[in-house]
Design a protein around this ligand. Structure first.
Ligand code: PHE
Length: 449
């Protein structure tokens, strides 16, 4: 069966960038940059993106394009003995997809709250109460989010994923610029901008590097099978090295824009107190609604913000679903439509279980983690670094760097080949071990990141 491909490298770049740009950019990056030294964090982050991130991304894209397969079967096509890496890479999206869709449901709910100008959304208790008390409604929104994703995936690579990215990415960019301009012109915002960009060496430590490493890894959608499955749709004549560079620029630019949307607004609201800024759900679902309602224009800004977050989240959700769907299609030879509907339903069922973790299933916890946190921990902090480590060792020491460089050279010179070789054999394995250790330790509160 001849696989679909993206129409050209621009289609691929937009699709891959729209996967990379997600909640990680919006709810983690600004917080980490502010906490870990501002400009110095940015610099370290960018260096990591163009070295370590570049290495892993080009590896995954090349594996996909070479084999023409999704993550589950790609590794065994190169070497049967290493097929287990494919299984690991396939498990990750299966774990992430359900809970990402639960969060997608929350985003729709918040959009609805803002557009209907319901100010109760800005109350401190609103978010917690919503999770605990309205599971039915949230499961409905979650269903909607999964249904949108599934419909686009049924549309296929060009007519579904590529088309959605071509429409939503420019919109996301325009809306982000609008919110950033609004936020940067609020009274008191300048302090926030300074806090974000001016290097603060006293806040910089080994932890900063670890945090930047973990963030970069997640933000570029690495070790989730995604870049393998998208790589398998990349036309052979498209320049792989240049495309990867553009995806990285796009993703980093949106992360910085997110910083400019969030940090100045939070600073203006809190009178310059950096402690008001937190990461994750709390920032997006508790702090920001409060900030928006304290500023005027809450209805407009809140709706625009949550629709842009929705665009960022749905395009990431597409990519994670495609990693699953393409793998199942390779393995069992079932049609795209059937596979997508079955996976969509399964995702919805598991997502419902995750949602109920805040309600009737709230007794299921491990080390105070809810079901959602447990899923997140197992995939992001454990299986992903292991997958990345195994991939680097496989390519660097068993399959050989030529497996990747031959593929890259099909469409032009591999300019950073030397850097790539040193990275994949020596440095990237060390980095992935560091990510594994630090993320496990920080989840259990042994170090704080
Ligand atoms: N890069 C994505 C983000 O920043 C990570 C991700 C991709 C998560 C796809 C889920 C699905 O949010």
């Amino acid at each position: 069966m001849k696989k679909n491909t993206f129409s050209n490298s621009v289609g691929f770049i937009l699709a891959a960038a729209s996967s990379a740009i997600g909640l990680g950019n919006i709810w983690r990056f600004p917080y980490l940059a502010a906490k870990y030294g501002g400009g110095i964090f940015l610099l370290i982050y960018i260096i990591l993106v163009v070295t370590f991130g570049f290495t892993l991304m080009i590896t995954e894209n090349a594996i996909g394009r070479k084999t023409g397969l999704g993550p589950l079967c790609a590794f065994s096509k190169i070497n049967k003995k290493f097929g287990f890496i494919g299984v690991l890479a396939f498990i990750v999206p299966c774990i992430i997809m359900p809970y990402y869709n639960v969060i997608g449901g929350w985003i729709i709910k918040y959009f609805v709250m803002f557009i209907s100008n319901n100010a109760s959304v800005s109350g401190d208790e609103f978010f917690g109460n919503m999770l605990a008390n309205s599971p039915g409604e949230l499961i409905g929104y979650q269903f909607l989010f999964t249904a949108f994703t599934t419909l686009i995936i049924v549309g296929g690579v060009q007519k579904g994923i590529e088309r959605a990215s071509r429409i939503l990415m420019p919109l996301l960019l325009i809306l982000s610029v609008a919110v950033a301009v609004y936020s940067c012109t609020l009274p008191g915002a300048t302090e926030g901008i300074k806090y974000f960009f001016i290097p603060k060496f006293e806040n910089f430590s080994l932890n900063s590097i670890l945090a930047a490493l973990g963030q970069m890894f997640y933000s570029l959608s690495l070790a989730m099978g995604i870049m393998i499955s998208y790589g398998s749709y990349l036309p052979k004549e498209a320049n792989l090295e240049k495309s990867v560079g553009r995806i990285e620029i796009f993703d980093t630019a949106i992360a910085i824009l997110a910083g400019l949307m969030i940090i100045p607004a939070v600073f203006a609201f809190s009178g310059g107190n950096p402690d008001t800024l937190n990461a994750g759900p709390k920032l997006m679902f508790i702090t920001l609604p409060k900030v928006f309602y304290s500023m005027g224009h809450a209805r407009a800004i809140g709706s625009v913000f949550f629709i842009l977050v929705f665009f960022a989240a749905i395009t990431s959700s597409l990519s994670i679903m495609e990693a699953i769907v393409s793998s199942v299609m390779d393995k069992f030879g079932i049609s795209r439509t059937k596979t997508s509907i079955i996976i969509g339903l399964l995702v919805f069922l598991v997502g419902t279980f995750v949602s109920l973790g805040y309600n009737i299933l709230d007794f299921i916890t491990i080390a105070e983690m809810t079901i959602l946190d447990i899923f997140d921990f197992v995939s992001n902090s454990v299986i992903m670094p292991i997958t990345a480590l195994a991939t680097c060792i496989f390519i660097g020491w068993f399959a050989g760097v030529n497996t990747i460089s031959d593929e890259v050279e099909l469409s032009g010179e591999f300019r950073r080949k030397k850097l790539y070789t040193v990275m994949v054999k020596y440095i990237a394995p060390i980095f992935t071990v560091l990510i594994l250790i630090s993320s496990v330790l920080s989840t259990f509160g042994i170090i704080s990141l």
